[in-house]
Design a binder for this molecule. Structure first.
Ligand code: AMP
Length: 223
């Protein structure tokens, strides 16, 4: 019986969400996406949601105490034998250290941190064209993954919208915030020798198979 986890790290628009979906489907990881959890809290009108919204709309990071509360609550609901995949968490060194402490107390292990690397112009094009379903959260792109009918989700018929933080100015701010906050996180995981860089500017199947190769290479002894 053991709990293991991987982290997907990358600038907004690096393909974390798409990668997470593919890993979840093929490997059965439990997907913990803090951005999605915050957007749900906003939709539900919870106290956390309203606290988070003002930061998110500006492209700033939500304070660590809010994030840690929602993540720890989620982990406490899990069983003693599962595989977690964090997407968009941790984003700061404080979050990473607290996650380590939490895992150490539970004999859980963070096995890999995948850093999805993409040039900034690719990120901008991906995010500005992204459209998300208001109802089921499915993600589309006006050029790369267009829905069959403009503005309508292929899966549930829900309305597609542009996230407020996917406007150009906010994207640029989010990129600056990512580099400011996350660079130290990258070196933290590099020192622990669990950071794996994935070139995410290629077709999604290529980056996905790189991740799967790494996971399978370690499958027998660590996962
Ligand atoms: P994402 O969907 O991962 O791009 O996250 C959208 C926004 O949610 C970010 O720009 C932050 O404002 C907030 N957010 C998500 N995850 C975190 C986190 N781990 N720490 C702080 N803020 C976060």
């Amino acid at each position: 019986m053991s709990v293991t986890a991987i982290v997907l790290l990358g600038v907004p628009g690096s393909g974390k969400g798409t990668m997470a979906e593919a890993i979840k489907k093929s490997k059965g990881y439990i997907h913990i996406a803090t951005g999605d959890m915050l957007r749900e809290a906003i939709e539900e009108g919870t106290l956390f949601g309203s606290k988070a919204k003002s930061y998110m709309d500006k492209g700033d990071l939500v304070p660590d105490d809010v994030i840690l509360k929602i993540v720890m609550d989620r982990l406490d609901k899990g069983s003693d034998n599962c595989k977690y995949m964090f997407d968009g968490f941790p984003r700061t060194l404080t979050q990473a250290k607290l996650l380590d402490m939490h895992f150490a107390q539970r004999n859980a292990k963070l096995v890999f941190v995948f850093l999805l690397v993409v040039p900034e112009e690719v990120t901008l094009a991906r995010l500005m064209g992204r459209r998300v379903c208001r109802k089921c959260g499915a993600s589309f792109h006006i050029r790369n993954i267009p829905p069959e009918k403009e503005g309508v989700c292929d899966y549930c018929g829900g309305e597609l919208y542009q996230r407020p933080d996917d406007m150009k100015e906010t994207i640029l701010k989010r990129l600056v915030v990512f580099h400011q906050q996350t660079e130290e996180l990258i070196s933290y995981y590099e020192k622990k020798r669990i950071l794996v860089r994935i070139d995410s500017s290629r077709h999604r199947n290529d980056s996905f198979s790189d991740v799967i190769n790494v996971l399978q290479g370690k499958h027998n002894n660590r996962l």
